[in-house]
Design a protein around this ligand. Sequence first.
Ligand SMILES: [Mg+2]
Length: 418
Amino acid sequence: MPAIARIELFHVAVPLPRPFYPSWIPGLPQTENRFTLIKVITEDGVEGYGAGPAMGKERAGLGELLGPYLIGEEATDIDLIQQRLREVSYLGWRNWWVEPAFWDIKGKLADQPVCELLGGSPRDIKLYASTGEVKSPPERIEEAERRYAEGFRAIKLRVHSFDEAEDIAQVVETARAVGDRMTIGVDANQGWRVTVIGDAPLWDLARAKRFADACFDAGVAWIEEPLPMDAYDELAELTAYSRVPIAGGELNSQGLPELRMMIQRRCYDIFQPDAVMAGGIAQVREVIGLCQEHGLEYSPHTWTNGIGFAVNLQLMAASPFANDKDLEYPIAPPGWVVEARDGILEEPFSHDQGKLTVPSAPGLGFTIDRRALRKYGRRFFVMDRKRLIWYSLRTRGLKISREIDQVKREKMARRASG
Ligand SMILES: [Mg+2]
């Protein structure tokens, strides 16, 4: 069984061709696609990757928290990785984005794509064009027409205005223009409201109900995150009331226990946990099963970066919902373009007429473009066995380091024997 031999962490910032104004952070244009990249290498040289979206270099200290406790562990023991990440979360750090790197390794060792490990198979997946900016009705219609011309038959709009009438006008007018040809969803981005720069509207149940009524009249297919992600009572009430399916759950970072409770309470009709942030692949896999059991649906959030997209694509391909549900495809030119979204992948996840085929390559199905990583990434942490010894000696001294080593050896021996 291959042990974890080395861990590297990188700050990555891929420049966007033009500033991008995400509806979910009013007033803060994004000029780069930023994320933390983890590269895990096993003793026999197999590499796995994961990535977590970042504002900047806020994870600069993460390596010290994670590295020493992963080196030497079994790289394909997902339960153990989940346990480590759970332990890290006790200290206030939720880093589920690390977990898919180990699935990547597991798949490469088994010579299978992750979707196959999960019981699915590489297949064609239908995509919906996920927009990212708030737009006036004429601008939005133009955008929808462009996506239609590119082959998309479904699109998700963004509303984030203080004026309720503006939100409704955008939906109604876009639906009037393209609703006969395109499935329309709409995201209010109220799940995790951000006001770091500009102010943002705050919906209550009454506004969400009025919006749901307007969306029903306009023929909208789903409404996403119309209320805060932990407003469980109100979400359940809204979902029972609305004639348009209510979707959400992308960043419920407590993972399976919270999402299970939300499924039991029917907080949403469609659950959208992003494995990068809502519990890793292992927990989201359980959520998918629960959705099916309860007659609810699953269609994951994917908007982080190319690696995050790959992770959720594999889960979707392994889910029973892959036939009927479209997958989120983040695309909002001229700022958020595929080349920047997938900027360190050798082959970007380009769509073909609004569809794409899940890669049959082993693991998560992408190859890191080393030149691009050198260009856009900066390695800020490396840990391997040798470095771990030095790290331990430096921070704890010889006597304590030996004690720790002894206890670890006993734990490994106990595990090995049974
Ligand atoms: Mg969303």
